[in-house]
Ligand binder design. Structure first.
Ligand SMILES: [Zn+2]
Length: 183
């Protein structure tokens, strides 16, 4: 029996707001202010990826895999490292908090085999397709690309504990969601 046991982290390579295709491709999207949009597919849709009704965010690895994407990095290339919409710190904090939340909710372990960037997933494939999300954090330009995955996992682990201890909760605000700290 399949379960939701993985989370893949992306950027959209678009601007700071999700477009319809983004909403169809990922389960969760995060804007530059850390606001979370729910995609058109639920994570549970990815339990079965043979019926055409699932979020196709991670080619070759969609089954049981939740897709979270930060809306940013339009036009970014590894060589030039420039974009009109650089990933923001708020976006990354919100992403890692969401990973912690989903890890608690679905019992997904935060290890490099179960929570990974699209780049990390791609590199392990027999024929890598040159995915570059997430190889660069504009607010931490000196953090090396092969250390970004563990940087995000450590942060997610921290949030996971905070959420378990009821220090943060997910709140609906209009048509988006936000994590708010509980004092
Ligand atoms: Zn991706």
């Amino acid at each position: 029996m399949t379960s939701l046991n993985k989370i893949c982290l992306h950027w959209t390579a678009g601007n700071y707001n999700p477009c319809q295709q983004d909403l169809n491709s990922y389960h969760f999207l995060i804007d530059n202010n850390g606001k979370i949009y729910f995609g058109s597919h639920s994570p549970e849709d990815n339990l079965n990826c043979y019926d055409g009704n699932y979020a196709a965010h991670c080619g070759g690895g969609n089954t049981g895999c939740i897709g979270i994407s930060a809306c940013a990095m339009v036009g970014f290339t590894e060589k030039l490292k420039q974009t009109k919409c650089p990933l923001t710190q708020k976006q990354i904090e919100s992403m890692c908090c969401l990973v912690g939340y989903l890890s608690n909710k679905y019992g997904i372990l935060i290890t490099e085999n179960s929570v990974f960037t699209h780049y990390e997933f791609d590199r392990k494939r027999q024929k890598p397709q040159g995915k570059i999300d997430i190889i660069y954090l504009p607010f931490l330009p000196n953090l090396q690309l092969n250390r970004i995955g563990s940087y995000l996992r450590n942060k997610a682990e921290w949030y996971k504990k905070k959420i378990k201890d009821r220090k943060y909760k997910l709140e609906k605000k209009g048509n988006t969601y936000e994590f708010v700290s509980i004092v």
